[in-house]
Design a protein around this ligand. Structure first.
Ligand code: ZN
Length: 250
């Protein structure tokens, strides 16, 4: 037991970690609302990520696929933040990761796939809106690279969509229900690299606190949930997470 560790880090057996775009920026994937964020730099791109536009307009889908063909996430590697969480799981603590990220870097870092709940889906899978068939995204992007602007489902001809939640789409009810259960059952909710501005995910913080958990927020900027937190940490994630997970594992 580390005597210098804060009270919230002592004797914790069940942890939920809520991660957002901030944990992946060290891997070269831009966040959304930061100074270099996707929506900050190109606010008009929001239209491409609106479900109604995507479904209605082949030109929007073509822009979407072109955007993903060159997405930095395809070349990204997990960073020390992802690896610290994977190592914490190995220490024997019951750890669940609830991620808003679609990049799959937690699993690549070694976190057990079934312990990572992808709240906004995964960019590694494409779903057909007609027959619900799922295909690895790489296979569809190969078709885009070969010249198909708006590839359709080879089985039913339906519209193909990346397996992620677009603006105007609801989160999967089962997934968010499972996330709430995990938040309620945890003794500590660690919110990392998320601006906590997107509901219903952000309110998982309140769910955890009302169930008696400590809330610790690691984020560069203030969030609407800071006042509920036991501690707010502004240190960069790449150094904060290895330090925190070492305390928790001690
Ligand atoms: Zn289909």
């Amino acid at each position: 037991m580390d005597d210098t560790a804060p009270e919230w880090a002592r004797g914790i057996g069940r942890i939920a970690v809520l991660t957002g775009a901030g944990i992946s920026t060290d891997s070269g994937i831009p966040d959304y609302r930061g100074p270099d964020g996707v929506w900050t730099r190109a606010p008009e791109d929001v239209d491409v990520f609106r479900y109604a536009n995507f479904v209605a307009d082949p030109a929007v889908r073509a822009r979407f696929w072109r955007r993903y063909l060159h997405h930095p996430a395809w070349r990204a590697e997990p960073n020390p933040g992802h690896r610290a969480l994977a190592a914490l799981e190995c220490s024997g603590i019951a750890l669940r990761i609830l991620t808003q990220n679609i990049d799959g870097l937690h699993q690549r870092a070694g976190s057990t796939a079934r312990k990572v709940l992808e709240l906004h889906g995964s960019m590694h899978e494409v779903v057909c809106l007609g027959c619900s068939a799922r295909t690895p995204t790489a296979r569809i992007l190969d078709r885009v690279a070969a010249g198909e602007a708006d590839p359709s489902c080879p089985d039913c001809g339906g519209i193909l969509k990346l397996g992620v939640v677009l603006f105007g789409q609801y989160l999967d009810a089962d997934t968010i229900g499972q996330a709430e259960k995990i938040a309620k059952a945890s003794q500590l909710l660690l919110a990392v690299g998320t601006s906590l501005q997107v509901e219903p995910v952000a309110s998982l913080c309140r769910v955890a606190v009302e169930a008696g958990a400590h809330l610790v927020i690691v984020n560069r900027d203030p969030t609407p949930y800071d006042r509920l937190a036991t501690e707010v940490i502004r240190e960069p994630i790449g150094t904060a997470l290895p330090r925190i997970t070492a305390m928790l594992a001690a």
